[in-house]
Design a protein around this ligand. Structure first.
Ligand code: ZN
Length: 151
Protein backbone atom coordinates (compact mmCIF):
# COMPACT_ATOMS: atom_id res chain seq x y z
CA UNK A 1 0.00 0.00 0.00
CA UNK A 2 2.36 2.61 -1.31
CA UNK A 3 -0.07 5.50 -0.85
CA UNK A 4 0.09 5.08 2.90
CA UNK A 5 3.68 6.29 2.92
CA UNK A 6 2.09 9.64 2.31
CA UNK A 7 -0.09 9.95 5.38
CA UNK A 8 2.44 9.68 8.17
CA UNK A 9 3.31 6.67 10.30
CA UNK A 10 1.31 7.79 13.28
CA UNK A 11 -1.94 7.30 11.44
CA UNK A 12 -1.16 4.31 9.25
CA UNK A 13 -2.31 1.86 11.84
CA UNK A 14 -5.81 3.31 12.16
CA UNK A 15 -6.20 3.55 8.40
CA UNK A 16 -4.93 0.02 7.81
CA UNK A 17 -7.25 -1.32 10.45
CA UNK A 18 -10.25 0.16 8.66
CA UNK A 19 -9.00 -1.21 5.33
CA UNK A 20 -8.48 -4.71 6.59
CA UNK A 21 -11.64 -4.78 8.68
CA UNK A 22 -14.11 -2.43 7.01
CA UNK A 23 -17.01 -1.63 9.31
CA UNK A 24 -20.68 -2.05 8.47
CA UNK A 25 -20.09 -3.97 5.25
CA UNK A 26 -23.58 -5.38 5.02
CA UNK A 27 -25.80 -4.10 2.20
CA UNK A 28 -28.91 -2.57 3.78
CA UNK A 29 -32.20 -3.40 2.16
CA UNK A 30 -34.91 -0.75 2.31
CA UNK A 31 -32.50 2.07 2.99
CA UNK A 32 -33.94 5.59 2.72
CA UNK A 33 -30.68 7.05 1.46
CA UNK A 34 -28.53 5.31 -1.14
CA UNK A 35 -25.38 6.70 -2.63
CA UNK A 36 -22.67 5.60 -5.00
CA UNK A 37 -19.40 7.20 -5.88
CA UNK A 38 -16.63 6.56 -8.39
CA UNK A 39 -13.19 8.08 -8.59
CA UNK A 40 -11.62 7.42 -11.98
CA UNK A 41 -8.14 8.43 -10.78
CA UNK A 42 -7.55 5.17 -8.96
CA UNK A 43 -10.75 3.31 -9.75
CA UNK A 44 -12.22 3.72 -6.28
CA UNK A 45 -15.83 2.70 -5.89
CA UNK A 46 -18.09 3.20 -2.89
CA UNK A 47 -21.69 2.41 -2.08
CA UNK A 48 -23.44 3.69 1.04
CA UNK A 49 -26.88 3.05 2.47
CA UNK A 50 -28.49 4.85 5.39
CA UNK A 51 -31.45 3.53 7.25
CA UNK A 52 -33.29 6.21 9.22
CA UNK A 53 -35.56 6.03 12.20
CA UNK A 54 -37.19 9.10 13.73
CA UNK A 55 -34.82 11.33 11.82
CA UNK A 56 -31.69 9.59 13.05
CA UNK A 57 -29.37 7.26 11.22
CA UNK A 58 -30.14 3.86 12.64
CA UNK A 59 -27.87 1.78 10.45
CA UNK A 60 -25.20 2.41 7.84
CA UNK A 61 -24.03 0.08 5.10
CA UNK A 62 -20.75 0.61 3.30
CA UNK A 63 -19.24 -1.38 0.47
CA UNK A 64 -16.42 -0.49 -1.81
CA UNK A 65 -13.15 -1.27 -3.48
CA UNK A 66 -10.16 0.77 -4.39
CA UNK A 67 -7.25 2.43 -2.64
CA UNK A 68 -6.83 2.21 1.11
CA UNK A 69 -7.57 5.90 1.69
CA UNK A 70 -10.94 5.80 -0.03
CA UNK A 71 -11.94 2.58 1.69
CA UNK A 72 -10.78 3.63 5.15
CA UNK A 73 -12.63 6.92 4.81
CA UNK A 74 -15.85 5.11 3.88
CA UNK A 75 -15.51 2.68 6.74
CA UNK A 76 -14.92 5.56 9.16
CA UNK A 77 -17.95 7.38 7.76
CA UNK A 78 -20.10 4.33 8.39
CA UNK A 79 -19.05 4.28 12.03
CA UNK A 80 -19.35 7.98 12.61
CA UNK A 81 -22.83 8.51 11.23
CA UNK A 82 -24.75 6.04 13.32
CA UNK A 83 -27.15 7.88 15.61
CA UNK A 84 -26.64 11.18 13.78
CA UNK A 85 -29.18 13.21 11.80
CA UNK A 86 -28.83 13.98 8.10
CA UNK A 87 -28.04 17.57 9.07
CA UNK A 88 -25.20 16.24 11.26
CA UNK A 89 -23.99 14.19 8.29
CA UNK A 90 -23.89 17.28 6.09
CA UNK A 91 -22.16 19.32 8.75
CA UNK A 92 -19.55 16.61 9.33
CA UNK A 93 -18.96 16.45 5.58
CA UNK A 94 -18.15 20.16 5.67
CA UNK A 95 -15.81 19.74 8.65
CA UNK A 96 -13.99 16.87 6.95
CA UNK A 97 -13.72 18.93 3.78
CA UNK A 98 -12.19 21.78 5.75
CA UNK A 99 -9.66 19.35 7.22
CA UNK A 100 -8.79 18.10 3.73
CA UNK A 101 -8.46 21.60 2.31
CA UNK A 102 -6.32 22.77 5.18
CA UNK A 103 -8.91 25.35 6.18
CA UNK A 104 -9.45 26.39 9.76
CA UNK A 105 -11.43 24.20 12.09
CA UNK A 106 -11.92 24.10 15.83
CA UNK A 107 -10.54 21.49 18.20
CA UNK A 108 -14.13 20.52 18.92
CA UNK A 109 -14.79 19.85 15.25
CA UNK A 110 -11.68 17.71 15.01
CA UNK A 111 -12.85 15.65 17.98
CA UNK A 112 -16.15 15.10 16.27
CA UNK A 113 -14.43 13.52 13.29
CA UNK A 114 -13.07 10.67 15.40
CA UNK A 115 -10.89 8.26 13.41
CA UNK A 116 -11.24 10.46 10.34
CA UNK A 117 -8.70 12.85 11.79
CA UNK A 118 -6.18 10.11 10.96
CA UNK A 119 -6.62 11.11 7.33
CA UNK A 120 -5.44 14.67 7.95
CA UNK A 121 -2.02 13.91 6.39
CA UNK A 122 -3.73 13.30 3.07
CA UNK A 123 -4.24 17.02 2.52
CA UNK A 124 -0.59 17.34 1.52
CA UNK A 125 -1.38 15.25 -1.55
CA UNK A 126 -4.11 17.00 -3.52
CA UNK A 127 -4.68 14.03 -5.81
CA UNK A 128 -5.50 11.87 -2.78
CA UNK A 129 -8.04 14.31 -1.35
CA UNK A 130 -10.55 13.01 -3.87
CA UNK A 131 -10.04 9.50 -2.52
CA UNK A 132 -10.61 10.64 1.05
CA UNK A 133 -13.70 12.65 0.16
CA UNK A 134 -15.25 10.12 -2.22
CA UNK A 135 -17.66 8.47 0.23
CA UNK A 136 -18.61 11.83 1.73
CA UNK A 137 -19.30 13.53 -1.57
CA UNK A 138 -21.36 10.54 -2.69
CA UNK A 139 -23.37 10.59 0.52
CA UNK A 140 -23.99 14.31 0.22
CA UNK A 141 -25.39 13.77 -3.27
CA UNK A 142 -27.51 10.88 -2.01
CA UNK A 143 -29.01 13.07 0.71
CA UNK A 144 -29.75 15.88 -1.74
CA UNK A 145 -31.34 13.45 -4.17
CA UNK A 146 -33.61 11.98 -1.50
CA UNK A 147 -34.74 15.49 -0.56
CA UNK A 148 -35.49 16.49 -4.14
CA UNK A 149 -37.51 13.32 -4.50
CA UNK A 150 -39.45 14.41 -1.43
CA UNK A 151 -38.36 11.33 0.50
ZN1 ZN B 1 -8.08 6.38 -4.33
Amino acid sequence: MRELDEVGELYQEIILDHCKNPRNGKVLEEAQIEARGYNPFCGDEVAIQLKLRDGNVEEVGFQGRGCSISQASGSMLSELLRGKTLEDAERLTEVFRKLMRGEEFTEEELQELGDLSALSGVRKYPIRIKCALLAWTALEEGIERSRSEGG
